[in-house]
Design a binder for this molecule. Structure first.
Ligand code: CP
Length: 317
């Protein structure tokens, strides 16, 4: 595997999920695979799970791991080509990325969208430049439009928890929030679930439909109660409007998943990528109750990252 930026980079999704589950049983089975190899984790935005799980995944494989909060610790980065750098930016991505590629065998990069310009965000310019300029395998730690390590962990969790012999109904349910939130987790989840043996239903208020390139094939319902009927898994996530790009159009009253909402489901397990705003996105009672999978999901981030890094290490010289 030379890059991991979306489900399209995975030839056999079910095999990768199975490999992650094998690593969960024996996390140190490949502890010399990454010997003398360096993993660089570059963050342009905050992180708890992605940072720690990917760092630990590299360590479990015997890699040296370097982490840099480039937005705070690096030189102010210029990403536009052809500009005269007579303003506040100090270093161009052309040099910065190429230099990082000299020090690292694999690089992970997190860079959120600005949610100002849809075309700019959905062009994935920064991620593409890292792929082009570093010259080493790239793992997306969440880009402008996708969060593939999260989605792989989500699929691992569903595979572990699903009842045997039944295709689970999985509902991606929009949740309220006070701030404009990117589409990455929801886009990515929709894309990955369509490559899995599940029935995917997406429910969100009108004017919050995700981009069709991510939802194609999935049923989209604007009536949450109808969508929740017989659900085996409910994946809770907020996102801002795609159509009115980056806007918050409603306070989302009535959309938070509570025990009353869960009563409409097939005793559904509840998922969220975290961090979660308690009492706003998801009720305390559900988060603290027996149906919540959020901690298991976060645990599986480790094995998702480890499976991806293992595949990359097997492909590098
Ligand atoms: N779910 C997730 O990516 O968490 P962090 O933002 O804390 O890494």
């Amino acid at each position: 595997m030379k890059q991991f930026t979306s489900v399209k980079d995975v030839q056999d999704v079910a095999a990768l999920v199975n490999e992650a589950l094998e690593l969960k049983k024996a996390p140190y089975a490949n502890k010399t695979l990454g010997q003398d190899k360096t993993l660089g984790l570059i963050f342009m935005n905050p992180s708890l799970r992605t940072r720690l799980s990917t760092q630990k995944a590299g360590m479990n494989l015997g890699m040296n791991v370097m982490v840099m909060n480039l937005d705070k610790e690096g030189w102010a980065l210029e990403t536009q080509d052809g500009v005269i750098m007579d303003g506040s930016t100090v270093e161009h991505i052309r040099e910065a990325a190429a230099v990082m590629g000299q020090y690292c065998d694999i690089i992970g990069i997190r860079s959120f969208p600005k949610l100002q310009d849809r075309e700019e965000d959905y062009s994935e310019d920064l991620l593409k430049k890292f792929i082009e300029l570093t010259g080493v395998p790239i793992v997306s730690l969440e880009s402008a439009t996708r969060h593939p390590l999260q989605s792989l962990a989500d699929l691992i969790t569903i595979k572990e928890q699903a009842a045997a012999g039944k295709k689970p109904k999985v509902v991606l349910s929009w949740a309220p929030h006070i701030k404009p939130i990117p589409h990455c987790v929801a886009n990515s989840f929709a894309e990955w679930m369509q490559q899995a043996d599940v029935e995917l239903v997406i429910t969100n208020p009108e004017d919050y439909d995700l981009a069709e390139e991510f939802t194609q094939g999935a049923q989209v319902l604007h009536n949450q109660d109808e969508a929740l009927k017989n659900a085996d898994f409910v994946y809770v996530k907020n996102w801002s409007s795609y159509e009115q790009y980056g806007k918050v159009l409603t306070d989302g009253q009535g959309w938070m998943i509570t025990n009353e909402k869960l009563a409409l489901t097939n005793n559904a397990k509840v998922m969220h990528c975290l961090p979660v705003r308690r009492g706003l996105e998801l009720s305390h009672e559900v988060l603290d109750g027996p149906n919540s999978l959020v901690i298991e999901q976060a645990n599986n981030r480790l094995y998702a990252a480890q499976a991806v890094l293992k595949r990359m290490l097997e492909a590098v010289d």
